[in-house]
Design a binder for this molecule. Structure first.
Ligand SMILES: [Zn+2]
Length: 120
């Protein structure tokens, strides 16, 4: 492998964080594929955008799921009983990470969400 495909990396990071919250299924994978395909076109128009695609793909997937009334990723670190999500910061920049939308606390790097505890 001599070529590095930034979108394959973005795809892997987003799938990892979907998986951490138990959201990998045929539908969400196809949502990710659609977002990656759109960003591939975008990147072909603006190659300097390669540094930003990880965070952008994550936000695209988040928006697509939100349109289906699915919140991802959920914040599990707060005592706040109201369900709230994490968001990507910076929105357009290198080294994107998830921050709690309520407290602003940095939770994890993109691709670094820990699996949810499963309770029974
Ligand atoms: Zn929170």
């Amino acid at each position: 492998m001599t070529t590095h495909d930034p979108l394959l990396h973005a795809r892997a990071l987003v799938l990892s964080d979907l998986g951490a919250q138990g959201l990998i299924d045929a539908h969400t994978v196809s949502v990710v594929e659609d977002c990656v395909a759109q960003r591939r076109w975008w990147l072909s128009q603006w190659q300097q955008g390669a540094a930003f695609v990880n965070g952008l793909v994550a936000q695209d997937v988040q928006d697509a799921l939100f349109d289906e009334s699915r919140r991802w990723p959920l914040c599990v670190g707060c005592a706040d009983p109201l369900e709230h999500s994490l968001s990507i910061e910076p929105e357009l920049g290198p080294d994107p990470h998830w921050v709690c939308s309520a407290s602003g606390a940095k939770v994890a790097a993109l691709g670094g969400l820990r699996p949810l505890m499963t309770s029974d």
